[in-house]
Design a protein. Structure first.
Length: 85
């Protein structure tokens, strides 16, 4: 599970960096922005859930920061609205 989290994070970083690089070069970057938004929302939720599950019952307690991160990720998903572009 830890390896999956690392893989997902690296993938998100790469697509974000690719979009930023294209933007700096003055190239179109709408595709990369859409992919980063969609992947960030989907994979962020999965990574947050995996983090909570790694800690078992302790991951759901308010004393652990993972609980807050997961709760924030859920709120971001709702606030962003539709991520399908």
């Amino acid at each position: 599970m830890c390896a999956n989290i690392a893989i997902e994070l690296d993938g998100l970083r790469l697509i974000t960096w690719r979009g930023a690089s294209r933007a700096e070069q003055g190239l179109p970057f709408a595709r990369e922005a859409a992919l980063a938004k969609r992947l960030g929302s989907d994979k962020g939720m999965q990574i947050g859930l995996d983090g909570v599950q790694l800690l078992g019952g302790h991951g759901y307690t308010k004393e652990h920061p993972v609980e807050r991160w997961y709760r924030d990720l859920r709120a971001i998903g709702v606030a962003e609205g539709v991520v399908v572009i």
